[in-house]
Design a protein around this ligand. Sequence first.
Ligand SMILES: Cc1cc2nc3c(=O)[nH]c(=O)nc-3n(C[C@H](O)[C@H](O)[C@H](O)COP(=O)(O)OP(=O)(O)OC[C@H]3O[C@@H](n4cnc5c(N)ncnc54)[C@H](O)[C@@H]3O)c2cc1C
Length: 417
Amino acid sequence: MSETKQYDVLVVGGGPAGSTTAALLAKAGRDVLLLERERFPRYHIGESLITGVTPVMDALGLIDELDARFQWKYGVTLVWGSEPEPWRISFGQAGLYDHSWHVVRSEFDQLLLNKARELGVEVREEAQVTEVLTGENGEVRGVAYKHGGEKHRVAARFVVDASGQSRAVSRNLADVSWQNDLRNVAVWSYFSPYKPLPDGNQGDILVESVKGGGWLWGIPVTGEKLSLGHVLPVDQMTAKTADGRSQQQVFEDAVAASEVAQWMIAGGERVDAVRTIRDWSHVCEQFHGPGWLTVGDAAGFIDPLFSQGVWLGTSGAWMAARALDAALENPADTARALDRYQTVYRQLFDEFLSFVRFFYDPTRIRKMYMERAQQMARVPRDNLQGGFASMISGIQALPDVTGFDPLGTESLQVGRA
Ligand SMILES: Cc1cc2nc3c(=O)[nH]c(=O)nc-3n(C[C@H](O)[C@H](O)[C@H](O)COP(=O)(O)OP(=O)(O)OC[C@H]3O[C@@H](n4cnc5c(N)ncnc54)[C@H](O)[C@@H]3O)c2cc1C
């Protein structure tokens, strides 16, 4: 069935990046359709947010609701580097915001999708995009999708790929660079009850390097449930399971090797299945082309060491919405506006990737991590902690995100080191 109507923008995927792009375009008065494969609420990994998300959540009018519904996250407790004792960085050390949130993603994503609806986006759930429709010169004109047992076709001036790692639209349109040193696998589950980290560290995410390789996260998703996960290079996982051991056993060994995690879950039990997912960092070499643009994980994904995925996805979405709005306003500005989005988002992405890569080596002394962050965050040398907090919270990149001008030409804060 073909629809006669042509939308301004068609967004494929209703995760944080898709909902944010759609919501902000509708808020700007654009006619937006969002197609989502699943029916919400649906499970998703990615539960710990950094404070860099605050301005975009504010733009969506969601701060009070996030504050009321979700666990507050004050910082990061690290067991990392050549010194054995745990250390911590609080978000407050970066200035601006003292907390972000740990979220149940099914609820958080539903909140964002409902906000998109409220702002005027037409949302269709259980609508799976199966084909990209192109014109004579290869420009994207719309998509075909399955919904209610039927196949439909719909047209739009721009199609946004927000389909996460499935890259349903851009898979055959953009080249992808895989980061071979960050080809990981993640294994995780949930434990209840659990003991929160002691006073002073309460509300933190725990990030710990594991002696046998890889690292561990501990996220107090709710007051009752702790998310514990292990990230490990794929080749190490292959070696560890070559003798018939399961990925679950490798995960349990990693948890058993962590004194802090053991202390937190002592007296509790595993209350959910053990899940696993591919965790390969990658980035698309083109973030847009004729009639299409990509946001969030569909544009690129970085190993979740610093819980930056939702921040990157929603910040990029905010910039993409402004670029698309400018292109719709004046088609002659399309190339300039979308190129600007690509340039700014790519620099932001690359800068974070470069810091994750530096930090990934757990054998350095703490001061080296701090110094690298301080240089990248461009804060004075006597403020090592502030630099680190600014880098890992996304605050250092905020001027480029909040001040993003799709028709601007000025040089950027990020990448100016
Ligand atoms: C192990 C692990 C741990 C993580 N931990 C964190 C963390 O603590 N904090 C954090 O911020 N990030 C974390 N992330 C990253 C985070 O999950 C992602 O960055 C974030 O979900 C990206 O949002 P998105 O909207 O781009 O994609 P998604 O959230 O994946 O949403 C994409 C949507 O598109 C839909 N879709 C897919 N294909 C189609 C189709 N053909 N048609 C229609 N709809 C389609 C999907 O159903 C989905 O709802 C983690 C990731 C991993 C792998």
